[in-house]
Write a new protein. Structure first.
Lengths: 463, 199
């Protein structure tokens, strides 16, 4: 019978049906970070449980880790305590850890694919809702809570109910200045922030076919912002080329055998979906949020809708019928698991070269991992950013969620390449976030206000 | 949290109406309170930023002190997977949430803590919220098996997702022991996966 990738992977990982009716699902890869794991390890100790598959579990520090200096002990005492706790837990339970001093440290959703840990056909879990990112390589990846982190540590399994599958097809070419971030923001705007409840999103169509794995990760990353717990793209030649040669990817003949298996897993042509939507890439413009959830967005040339939520308008200081373009910004942030990869930084650097950040704007670039930072520095991107007035930081989640010292102050407005514009998200209870692509963040940083990156591109940017 | 089995069949207590759609987990538990290695004391920081700017926030209102049933609107608990949000609510004393809809991760995290989430239609939730705002001393009763939620003369038909409902009723809402129960089968499934066996 024709099946989707979701069902094939789900069935291959099903251990049994639990008395509750839920499925006991084997987890092929468990990623752990310092913020959602300490209580899970404590629960293991309380019960005297061991980690069932330590070789399938990998840890790093990203959420609280400082991005200015990684010298130990950290000046932030809580960051030091949480990092030390993870180091102790990983030592005690035999888990591979890339801590702050490791050359492989980085945001968990950046390093998983980068190291070739995340592979097609795997089930992946992590105590972080943006785990859906790993679906970009054709995995089924779930964000979980700390009690479930305990379950995966103890049993390498989750108790879950199967999801329905919605095929989201985007066809055609994206115009210059329109990026994967605009695609996913547009999808969330159209389907709503809870439109994906109960669904996994399968992204496809010629636009997705043409995207790099980095771009697919940006799309899959924000599935959860649309309510979908998982999102994926079927594995194809782009996926195989991305994985070949990576440290934890199969090597030699095993890689070819892996490709043969991965190809079988892609959704069958006549697979039946629970829902299907089709969008035209030409209808997608550079997009920016105006509200307090990621579905409250407009294209940069559009006005805020007449039925906009009053609570969001009041918090953000916007009025109906006005444009977000021209809004003065205080901070510009490029980074996060959504848009902190090398290709994001390359495009941002390409656009900012020869320009300077407006004098009143604090601008920072936070690479998603140390490897991204090294690759960017090898290409001289850090110099381009610093000459333009951006700070060049170390790897971490940073100002996406303001758990370390990178935080908005007061009512500052931030043009941000991250994933959430919730009230207080960037560390100040009254801080205001405008989500957009890294290229649009550059345009805003240079203009000092929200601007249309297409105009910068029209003025001529070296290819 | 204990590993059960503790059957959860019926929740009875005073209710607290908390109005608003898309109440995300950053609002329920701001990220700065995730700078901890235990869940202890999180109940003191529930909705902290909202409470500071709104003296009349339900969690500030002494009339609702001691409430055990929280009544919310659409897409409650969206966003981050932080268990710190439902942990804070449970530690505060919330024993059931009745609302229009819930984010899936929040729903699952809550179930793992023995906190049932009941879903009902907008009109019914709105009426329940208004009733509790007018009479905060009213006792709300929520029945996990039937999904019926009552307060005074109001009777709301709600649902708890079936798998969670069965887990609450049988006392098996904390899954770890079940997952460890047939561990040979876990090994068998793992060994059949090409990426586990090295292709």
């Amino acid at each position: 019978m024709a099946e989707t990738l979701f069902h094939k992977v789900w069935n291959a990982h099903t251990v049994r049906t639990l008395p509750s009716g839920q499925t006991q699902l084997f987890v092929g890869l468990h990623l752990v970070h310092e913020v959602t794991s300490p209580q899970a390890f404590d629960m293991l100790r309380q019960h005297g449980w061991r980690v069932a598959f330590p070789e399938r579990t990998f840890a790093t520090v990203d959420h609280i880790v400082p991005t200015d200096s990684k010298r130990r002990p950290f000046l932030d005492l809580m960051a030091e305590e949480m990092t030390t706790a993870l180091e102790r837990n990983c030592r005690e339970f035999g888990i591979n850890l890339w801590s702050a001093d490791s050359p492989d440290q980085g945001i968990v959703h950046v390093i998983g694919p980068q190291l070739g840990l995340s592979q097609p056909g795997m089930t992946i879990a992590c105590g972080d809702s943006h785990t859906s990112t790993h679906g970009a390589v054709g995995a089924i990846a779930f964000g979980i809570g700390t009690s479930q982190v305990r379950d995966v540590l103890a049993a390498q399994c989750l108790a879950l109910e199967p999801l329905k599958v919605r095929r989201i097809e985007v066809n055609g070419r994206l115009a210059a200045g329109v990026y994967a971030k605009d695609v996913i923001l547009t999808i969330i705007r159209r389907l709503g922030v809870q439109g994906g409840n109960g669904f996994a999103y399968e992204y496809g169509g010629t636009t997705l076919d043409r995207m790099s794995i980095d771009e697919r990760m940006t799309v899959c990353n924000m599935s959860i912002e649309g309510g979908a717990r998982a999102g994926y793209v079927n594995p194809d030649q782009t996926t195989f080329d991305f994985l070949r040669g990576r440290r934890f990817a199969p090597q030699g003949d095993a890689f070819d055998r892996a490709v043969a298996w991965w190809k079988q897993l892609a959704s069958d042509k006549d697979a039946v979906y629970d829902d299907r939507v089709v969008y035209d890439a030409a209808s997608i413009e550079p997009t920016v949020t105006w509200g307090i959830n990621p579905g409250q967005s407009v294209s940069v040339s559009e006005s805020i809708p007449g039925d906009a939520d009053p609570e969001a308008l009041a918090f953000m200081g916007f009025t109906r019928g006005t444009r977000v373009r021209g809004t003065k910004i205080d901070v510009a942030f490029i980074g996060s698991c959504t848009n902190g990869r090398l290709s994001d930084l390359e495009e941002a650097a390409r656009i900012v070269r020869g320009h300077h950040v407006a004098p009143h704007v604090k601008a920072l670039v936070v690479p998603g991992s140390k490897e991204v930072a090294r690759d960017a520095e090898a290409r001289g991107l850090h110099e381009i950013f610093m000459e333009a007035g951006f700070e060049w930081r170390g790897a971490g989640c940073s100002m996406c969620l303001g758990m370390n010292t990178d935080r908005l102050q007061g009512q500052q407005v931030c043009a941000s390449s991250s994933n959430r514009n919730f009230k207080g998200r960037q560390g100040s209870p009254t801080g205001r976030t405008l989500l957009m692509s890294p290229a649009m963040v550059v345009a805003a940083a240079v203009a000092g206000e929200v601007a249309d990156v297409r105009q910068m591109l029209e003025q001529g940017v070296p290819a | 949290m204990s590993a059960g089995p503790e059957r959860i069949t019926r929740i009875s207590g005073r209710g607290m109406p908390l109005r608003g759609n898309d109440m995300d987990t950053d609002r329920i538990m701001p990220a700065r309170y995730l700078r901890v290695v235990s869940f202890e004391g999180l109940e003191d920081h529930l909705f902290e930023d909202d409470r500071k700017t709104n003296a009349r926030h339900p969690f500030n209102d002494p009339r609702y002190a001691g409430a055990t049933v929280l009544v919310v609107n659409e897409n409650f608990g969206c966003g981050s997977s932080r268990e710190h949000a439902p942990q804070g609510l449970v530690r505060y004393g919330i024993r059931a949430i009745v609302g229009e809809s819930f984010s899936e991760i929040f729903l699952g995290n809550s179930a793992m803590l023995g906190l049932p989430c009941f879903s009902a239609e907008h009109a019914a939730i709105d009426e329940l919220q208004s009733l509790l705002a007018a009479t905060p001393t009213l006792i709300v009763e929520a029945d996990v098996e039937t999904g019926v939620v009552t307060a005074g003369t109001l009777r709301v038909t709600a649902t708890v997702p079936q798998a969670f409902r069965d887990a609450f009723l049988s006392g098996q809402w904390n899954a770890t022991l079940m997952l460890l129960d047939k561990f040979d089968e876990v090994r068998t499934v793992a060994n059949h996966l090409p990426y586990v066996s090295g292709f």
